[in-house]
Structure formats: structure tokens, C-alpha cells
Design a protein around this ligand. Structure first.
Ligand code: GRF
Length: 215
């Protein structure tokens, strides 16, 4: 089966992109990152992509309609089977999302539906929650509310600050994002009437990290 073509959208350092590139090199992954798009020319993830000979595109800020049109063309040029938002900090227009419905995933640093939006770690600490985490979900026009594919939970420890908590969550992002993309590329992850199905995994069993990314 041909490798699925993955376009990754980033805005920053690109550690999730790095985790994806590394995972895609393992046999049986079923996909390859063929293009990285950033809205910021200084994003560290662009260097990472170039170091792996992956095509890069910068779509600089403009008014919303122009930015959306440019971003849409940049994505389409690479003819992706899957679009992954990995720390992409700009809102996508509804049209663009709808054009890639059911083949666009996002990694979000909270256990959705808690803490949609920004500053998730700060808000979790302020609320005194004992469990925090991250979510991979399909992208829909409403921000951070699409069907949930995978989640990983981490404990919030007594001496945590934003940085320590973010690092603990990020380590889990690097597990569940490549896992979800692998499931998608092998055809096991699909949406049926808005509900996520992952073939070949046991039903959720109440474990906090589920489903098992290594399954
Ligand atoms: C990640 O925590 C992601 O969940 C959030 O932004 C961060 C991006 O990190 N939306 P990186 O660029 O992948 O290192």
C-alpha cells in the first residue's frame, strides 16, 4: 500500500513534528511527512523539517480571508491524505476544515473537553486539578471540540509549575500523536457518523492512558 502523505502545520519548536518524523521511520507506519507548513518563518520545526529533506512552506500572516486562502492552497499543493495540526496557533477557516473533514487531526495539551483554547497548563494549575493530560482529536470547525481519538493523563504533582507540568504532558503528546497518525495511516482509525473507531484495539478499560499507543 502506498504511504499516506502527511502535511504537518506548526507554529513553533516542532517537538511533536519531530516525534512524528521519528515514528514514521519505523516499519509499518504507513505514512510519511511530505510537507511542513508554518505561519511563522522563525519556527524551529522548519529547520527540523529541512534537516529531514521535507518540503517546507511559510504562510505569513495577512487578513483572515487571504491567510486562509493561501494556507488552503499550500496544503492542497502537497495533496495530503492527512493534515496534522501540531502546535499550529492560528485558527483555520470553516471552509478549510470542511475540505479536509475526517482527515485532519489536532494535538491539544489538555484532557478535552476541559481547557479548550490557550494556557491550558496555567488554568489546570489554578483550578487545582489532580489529573491533566493531552488529547488527539479530529478537527471540526469549532475549536478543540472534534471527535476524540486518544488521550493520555498525567498526575499534577504538588511542586508543579507550568513548565514542569507542560513537560510531563508533552512527553505524552509525543506518544499519542504518532500513535493516532499510525492508526490513521494503516486505515484502522476512521469516523463513523462522527464517532471514532479504531479497529484492532480492545474497548476502553478505564485505564487513564487509553487506548494503548503501542497496541
Ligand atoms: C504542544 O504542547 C501542543 O499541544 C500545543 O503547542 C505545543 C507545541 O509544541 N498546541 P511543539 O511545537 O510540538 O514542540
Amino acid at each position: 500500500m502506498a504511504l499516506k502523505r502527511i502535511t504537518v502545520l506548526i507554529s513553533g519548536r516542532g517537538s511533536n513534528l519531530g516525534a512524528l518524523i521519528a515514528a514514521a521511520q519505523s516499519s509499518g507506519f504507513g505514512g510519511a511527512v511530505t510537507q511542513v507548513i508554518s505561519n511563522r518563518p522563525e519556527a524551529g520545526g522548519l529547520d527540523l523539517a529541512r534537516a529531514h529533506a521535507i518540503a517546507t512552506t511559510v504562510v505569513e500572516h495577512a487578513d483572515r480571508a487571504t491567510f486562509g486562502a493561501r494556507l488552503g492552497s499550500a496544503i492542497e499543493r502537497s495533496e495530503p491524505d492527512l493534515v496534522v495540526l501540531a502546535g499550529f496557533m492560528r485558527l483555520l477557516g470553516d471552509d478549510l476544515v470542511q475540505r479536509h473533514a475526517e482527515r485532519m487531526l489536532n494535538i491539544h495539551p489538555s484532557l478535552l473537553p476541559a481547557y479548550r483554547g490557550l494556557l491550558t497548563h496555567r488554568r489546570a494549575l489554578a483550578d487545582g486539578v489532580r489529573i491533566h493530560g493531552c488529547t488527539v482529536h479530529f478537527v471540526t470547525p469549532d475549536v478543540d471540540v472534534g471527535p476524540i481519538v486518544a488521550q493520555a493523563a498525567v498526575p499534577v504533582l504538588p511542586d508543579d509549575d507550568e513548565e514542569r507540568l507542560a513537560a510531563r504532558v508533552l512527553a505524552q503528546e509525543h506518544r499519542i500523536l504518532p500513535a493516532a497518525v499510525r492508526w490513521f495511516c494503516s486505515g484502522r482509525l476512521t469516523l463513523h457518523e462522527g464517532r471514532v473507531r479504531i479497529d484492532g484495539l480492545p474497548p476502553p478499560d478505564g485505564v487513564l492512558v487509553a487506548p494503548d499507543p503501542d497496541a
